[in-house]
Design a protein around this ligand. Structure first.
Ligand code: NAD
Ligand code: GLY
Length: 386
C-alpha cells in the first residue's frame, strides 16, 4: 500500500462562516469524516447517516452540558426515539475508573442495547472516557465525537485513542476505538476560557515541528489572532491540525511507528501532570512546556540548533503557555530529576524500562529515540524552576 500524501498547507479556503470543511480520515472500514465549521451543529447535513438506534446517550459534564446539550439534543432528537443525558463532574480527575462506571450504570439502567449510540459532548476528558465506554459496553457500540475545546477539536477527538487515567500513569487503561464521525463547531470555542484556549494551542503548535514547518510559520504570524478567538483563524488551525493528524493516523492507527511523533512534548508533559497530580497543570500546558524540554533534548543530541529551540520556545510562550517546568517533590525525598525519570518510565512509549522520546530535527519528520539518563537529567535541571 502506498503511503498517503499530506496535502500542502492551504489557508486560503474557508473553514468558518457558512462553509463546512470535511477532512476525511482513511482507515479502511474504520474510515470517517471530521466536519469543521462555524454553526456546524445547526447544519442538518452533518447529522445525516448516523447509525440508527432506539437510544442515544449524550455524555457531557456540568460545565459544557448547560451550554450545549440542548443544541445537540435538538440536532439528534429526530434521529433517536430516546436521547438520555449524563452529566459527569468537570475536570481531569473525572477521567477515572469510578466515573467510567457511571456511564455503564446509566447504559444498563436505560437497557441500552448493542446499537445504542454514544455522543461525547465536551473536551478531551469527556471524549476519551466516552470513547472508552463505547469500546467496552457490550464489546463495542458506536460513538460520535462532538468536541467543544480547541484541544479536543485538533487532537483528542481524532484518531481513536480512548482511555482513563490510573493514579500511577496517564491514559494507562484504554483502547483504540474509532468514532463514527467528528463534528467540530467553532462557535463552541467562543465560551472557552483563555487558559483552555492556550492549552489547545499547545497541541496545534506541535504539528509544526513534527510535520509541517510552513504551518509553524503561519502559527507564529497569527498567534495573537488565534488567542483572541478569531473564528476564521481558528478554523484554519483546526483544519490543518486535523489534516496532519489524519495523515499520520491513517498510516499507523495503533502507534507501532510514525504515530508516536504525535506525542512530541508528551513524555516530559506526562511526567509533569502525574508528578504534580492530574489536573494541577492542564494537559496542554504540560505538553507546551514538555515541547520546550524535548526541543532542548533534541538540541543536546545534535538534531537541531539552539536558534530553533529559542524560536519554538518563543512561539510556545506567545501562546500563553508555561516554558519552565516545575520542580517535582515526593515523600521519599528523591531529586526532581529522578522523579521525572521515574514518571517517564511509565510512559507508553517506554520499552523494557527505557524511555523513548519524540525528537525533532532540522529537516524532515520528527523521530523517536533514546537518550542517556544524564543528558535527560541535565535538560530537566536546565528547564525547571522551583
Ligand atoms: P477538558 O476536557 O478537561 O476541557 C477543558 C475545560 O474546558 C473543562 O473545564 C471543560 O468543562 C471546559 N469546556 C469544554 N468545552 C467548553 C466550552 N466550549 N466552553 C467553556 N468551557 C468548556 O480538557 P481538554 O483540554 O479538552 O482535554 C484534555 C484531555 O484530553 C486530557 O485528559 C488528555 O489526556 C486528553 N487527550 C487525549 C488525546 C487523544 O488522542 N485521545 C489527545 C490529547 C489529549
Ligand atoms: N494525541 C496523540 C495521538 O493521538 O496519537
Amino acid at each position: 500500500m502506498t503511503a498517503p500524501v499530506l496535502p500542502p498547507l492551504d489557508v486560503s479556503t474557508a473553514a468558518d462562516a457558512g462553509e463546512l470543511t470535511r477532512v476525511p480520515i482513511a482507515m479502511g472500514e474504520r474510515s470517517y469524516d471530521i466536519y469543521i465549521g462555524a454553526d456546524t451543529w445547526r447544519n442538518e447535513s452533518v447529522w445525516h447517516g448516523l447509525p440508527q438506534a432506539q437510544t442515544a446517550l449524550i455524555v457531557t459534564n456540568t460545565v459544557v452540558g448547560p451550554l450545549y446539550t440542548a443544541q445537540l439534543k435538538a440536532a439528534i432528537d429526530g434521529v433517536y426515539a430516546r436521547v438520555v443525558v449524563l452529566e459527569l463532574p468537570d475536570g481531569e480527575a473525572t477521567k477515572d475508573w469510578v466515573h467510567l462506571q457511571r456511564i455503564f450504570d446509566v447504559l444498563l439502567d436505560e437497557h441500552a442495547d448493542r446499537k445504542t449510540v454514544l455522543f461525547a459532548l465536551g473536551g478531551g476528558v469527556i471524549g476519551d472516557m466516552t470513547g472508552f465506554a463505547a469500546a467496552c459496553y457490550m464489546r463495542g457500540v458506536p460513538f460520535v465525537q462532538v468536541p467543544t475545546t480547541l484541544l479536543s477539536q485538533v487532537d483528542s477527538s481524532v484518531g481513536g485513542k480512548t482511555a482513563v487515567n490510573h493514579p500511577r500513569g496517564k491514559n494507562m487503561i484504554g483502547a483504540f476505538y474509532q468514532p463514527e464521525r467528528v463534528i467540530c463547531d467553532l462557535r463552541a470555542l467562543q465560551t472557552l476560557p483563555a487558559r483552555e484556549m492556550s492549552a489547545g494551542l499547545a497541541e496545534v503548535i506541535k504539528y509544526g515541528p513534527i510535520a509541517d514547518p510552513a504551518f509553524l510559520d503561519w502559527l507564529e504570524a497569527n498567534m495573537a489572532g488565534l488567542r483572541s478567538g478569531d473564528t476564521h483563524l481558528l478554523g484554519q488551525a483546526v483544519k490543518r491540525s486535523c489534516e496532519i493528524k489524519a495523515w499520520v493516523v491513517s498510516q499507523d492507527e495503533r502507534e507501532s511507528g510514525v504515530r508516536a511523533i504525535l506525542n512530541f512534548g508528551h513524555t516530559f508533559g506526562h511526567a509533569i501532570e502525574a508528578g504534580l497530580g492530574f489536573g494541577t497543570w492542564l494537559h496542554g500546558e504540560a505538553v507546551g512546556c514538555g515541547m520546550v524540554m524535548a526541543a532542548h533534548l533534541s538540541q543536546r543530541l545534535g538534531l537541531i540548533d539552539m536558534d530553533a529551540v529559542v524560536r519554538l520556545t518563543r512561539i510556545i510562550d506567545s501562546a500563553g503557555l508555561p516554558i519552565k517546568g516545575p520542580k517535582l517533590t515526593d515523600a521519599s525525598g528523591q531529586s526532581s530529576e529522578d522523579i521525572y525519570l521515574e514518571h517517564m518510565r511509565v510512559d507508553k512509549k517506554a520499552q523494557g524500562g527505557h524511555i523513548r522520546f519524540v525528537l525533532i530535527c532540522d529537516s524532515g519528520l520528527a523521530q523517536v529515540g533514546a537518550a542517556d539518563d544524564d543528558v535527560v537529567r541535565a535538560v530537566i535541571e536546565a528547564c525547571c524552576v522551583a
